[in-house]
Design a protein around this ligand. Sequence first.
Ligand SMILES: [Zn+2]
Ligand SMILES: [Zn+2]
Length: 285
Amino acid sequence: MSISISETIKKCQHWVSTGKTAAAESVLDLAFPPSCALCNRLVSPGVDFCQDCRVSLVSSEFQMRHCCLRCGFPLGRPVINENENSAGPIAPTGNATPSSGCPQCKEKTFQFDGVIPMWTYHGLVCDAVVASKYVHLSPLAAALGNRLGRCVANRLGEDLPDVVTFVPSYFTRQLSRGGIGTATLARSVGESLGVPVRPLLQATRKIKKQAWLDDDSRLHNVRDAFKIKRSYAFGRSPNLLDRHILVVDDVYTTGATVNEIAGVLRGGGAFRVSVAVVARAVRAT
Ligand SMILES: [Zn+2]
Ligand SMILES: [Zn+2]
């Protein structure tokens, strides 16, 4: 006797509602075999990417373990946390504390306290990041977010953020992409950390794609382009006062967008702003 897909789903929903999730999962795995979130090749249950994609995606992971605690630039050597004199979780550095030894940020001040990059922006990672922006490919964004969450947990240890949020898109871009890809990323990061995810910010106007612009134009492009949603604004409850906020984005290039957002969050009372990104562009210094 054959049963239809809709009957299978109904049966599984019943099992889930009665607590028989393992049974539901194994039947769903038979009806819809798990596939690689990037190339659709079949994979084992519970596996996000196939072997080939995984090797290509994570090839820069080791390099990023030794990155600048402020800007995420790979330094090619173990990182010393200057605040604790040992490698380990980032301590709040304050937005004006310089970082010795990093060629990318020693002259710069930031509004955020530190960047946690998972991979460098190269090869298959670029394809994965671009594809994850489209909400109909949200399983890919969810798989990337899950891995990013584990990366954040490794870096921050028990010093986790109070709230996770994401870089918002202007509503016309949300319409063209079917939603906000970074929201799906952030949701998975929050689930993986056990930290609430809140849409704290909104884009106040349309901005050009940063990738099209030079460094100075990027700063100008995002200036005053974001604000805290009224429901989270200073003086209302719940607000950001004295909170540690983690901002999730897909790519870090010059940091102009997340720096602007970190300034807005600090203006709303945040005590500390960390940034987590799937990939960091690495330019020659
Ligand atoms: Zn694959
Ligand atoms: Zn740096």
